[in-house]
Design a protein around this ligand. Structure first.
Ligand code: ATP
Ligand code: MG
Ligand code: MG
Length: 554
């Protein structure tokens, strides 16, 4: 892992430890809002937050940043916990919630009001936002800014008691309406909102903003290093300002920003991902085309490959888009070592051996071949695979008139059926329209196991499945969800770059019995075709995780 040991955040933590800044303590947190499922971008943050805590013998809390009752749901909390565990991290229990601190935050708000550092503003949201002004443009002080602490305290208590309608008043910090950092121009601390919160129910009708909740939650938990993405850079001054006003139970935590992860051919925004679901583009958060952790899991991405990818790209200060092919290379490397090999025919064509023997009762003979499960790992052993005179082969592996450089099966040509026999095509059977119904062939009985007794060369080795033994299966092939490398680059709208053909479902696949017996969720290699994950819920549905080679490279 090139970057992991030397990144700027770890350097900072090491320096803090050397200088005794936090008494040598290291505590981080991962703070998702439970308003959607985690995606590959969150994986980067998880690997950084939990990884740094682990490297410095510290603690990393999972804290649900649940301050917005309109968008948050318990379903998302469950999925977030399951995804973090799947990724290989184990947050301390009980997990934390920003909503645990609503009481403390409220008390601290009263404290700021008492010291003239916060006021109730009756302006509507448009007015407040217009008052902010802009860069190089002074702000306008609200007419309510000069209310006395007593009046503010009374109004704030009545806000909490539910005396005022939703949106009619807010609590604002009283900082500086001409500050060059817009975040410090009297930011909003509380809004009135009557909505059922998935955790606190109807206990509150005022809710803290992200900025008012975040740093204080960090301080309450004893966080030392609060790591977040670059878009919060301007919020840091406000993070510090709030903390400096309050009697903290611990050292004042420090926020440090790192670059967001973006990937080619996909999006990492919960809002856009939610839209893909509501527009019916994908079937749900765990659709195998989604960059969500649950989608990648169902697709067959191993958690170790995601962790290694995150370690490899490291922690930097510059936003950049990583190629999806790079992530896939980690997935492929992991599966090459661990996935067992199986045979599956995705677009079946019948191959009939006219010289195949029958037994004394006139039934076709069944030969059993011992095939290696994983050439990369002898411990995976072998399995017995039946062979008969009636087989399924891949339709693409036969050409009646072979084009140049086509070395697979064609009339008069000999090929190897993997681990079984050498066979030579003799002719085809067609229907009235000329569609090929079956290929006829003969086999060399001396080539048992697939080796020519006289050492003659055959150019191709093909996979096959014995037709009488085959099990029917469905195979889903995935292509890029967005055809553009940078979705939205042309028009500003990512949905304009959706690939209309991002999934191809093959319902008539023929697979060997050992493959049908693959446990739910397991990934295997279909020989010559790629890595495929058995769906966790639907038996005999296989998702292509990734091809055997990078087909996208030239
Ligand atoms: P979205 O815009 O998708 O809703 P978010 O940043 O609002 O993302 P949160 O649930 O608040 O999502 O994120 C939790 C943590 O994960 C935050 O610390 C955030 O900075 C980090 N994070 C979110 N997206 C990414 C990303 N693409 N790359 C790196 N870290 C991310
Ligand atoms: Mg957020
Ligand atoms: Mg968000």
């Amino acid at each position: 892992t090139p970057a992991a040991n030397t990144d700027f955040v770890r350097a900072l933590v090491r320096q803090d430890n050397e200088q005794g800044t936090f008494g040598g303590r290291v505590q981080t947190r991962f703070p998702p809002e439970p308003n959607g499922y985690l995606h590959i971008g969150h994986a980067k943050a998880i690997v950084i937050d939990f990884g740094i805590a682990r490297d410095f013998d510290g603690v990393c809390n999972l804290r649900l940043d649940d301050t917005n009752p309109d968008t948050e749901e318990a379903e998302y909390v469950e999925s977030i916990m399951a995804d973090i565990e799947w990724l290989g991290f184990d947050p301390p229990r009980p997990i934390k919630h920003a909503s645990d601190y609503f009481g403390q935050l409220y008390e601290w708000a009263e404290l700021l009001i008492g010291r003239g550092l916060a006021y109730v503003d009756d302006s509507d949201p448009e007015t407040i936002s217009a008052q902010r002004g802009g860069y190089g443009k002074p702000g306008i002080e609200s007419p309510f800014r000069s209310r006395s602490p007593e009046e503010n305290l009374d109004l704030f208590r009545r806000m909490r008691a539910g005396e005022f309608p939703d949106g009619s008043r807010v609590l604002r910090a009283r900082i500086d309406m001409n500050h060059e950092n817009m975040q410090l121009r009297d930011p909003i601390m509380y809004r009135i909102r009557r909505a059922h919160h998935y955790r606190t129910g109807d206990e509150w009708c005022i809710y803290p903003t992200y900025d008012w909740a975040h740093g204080q939650s960090d301080a309450i938990e004893g966080v030392t290093h609060s790591l977040c993405t670059l878009e919060f850079q301007d919020n840091r001054a406000l993070y510090d300002w709030y903390l400096e006003q309050l009697p903290l139970p611990s050292d004042q935590p420090r926020q440090t920003e790192f670059a967001r992860l973006e990937m080619t051919h996909t999006v990492t925004s919960k809002r856009k991902l939610r839209q893909l679901i509501s527009d019916g583009v994908v079937e749900g958060w765990d659709d195998p085309r989604m960059p969500t952790l649950s989608g990648l899991r169902r697709r067959g991405y191993p958690p170790a490959a995601i962790r290694e990818f995150c370690d490899y790209i490291g922690v930097t200060k510059t936003n950049s888009r990583q190629s999806i092919e790079l992530l896939e290379s980690f997935v492929r490397r992991e599966h090459n070592a661990t996935a067992q090999r199986r045979m599956a025919v995705t677009r079946p064509l019948k191959l009939i051996l006219d010289d195949w023997p029958t037994d004394a009762d006139g039934n076709p003979v069944v030969e059993w071949f011992e095939l290696t499960n994983n050439p990369e790992n002898a411990e995976d052993g072998t399995r017995r695979v039946p062979f008969t005179g009636e087989l399924w082969i891949e339709a693409d592996d036969f050409a009646e008139v072979p084009p140049p450089k086509f070395f697979r099966l064609s009339p008069g040509r000999e090929v190897r059926l993997r681990g079984a026999f050498l066979v030579t095509a003799t002719g085809v059977e067609k229907d009235a329209d000329g569609t090929i119904l079956a290929v006829h062939a003969t086999h060399d009985p001396e080539s048992r196991g697939g080796n020519a007794p006289d050492g003659r060369k055959v150019k191709s080795t093909m996979h096959w499945v014995s037709a009488p033994h085959a099990v029917d299966a469905t195979v889903a092939l995935y292509h890029r969800l967005f055809s553009a490398e940078v979705p939205g680059e042309r028009t500003g709208e990512v949905l304009d770059d959706l690939n209309p053909d991002s999934v191809e479902i093959l319902t008539g696949a023929k697979i060997e019995q050992a493959l049908a017996d693959t446990p739910a969720g397991r990934v295997v290699q279909f020989e010559r075709l790629g890595y495929f994950a058995h769906d966790p819920r639907e038996p005999l549905l296989f998702h292509r995780t990734v091809g055997l080679r990078d087909e996208w490279a030239n």
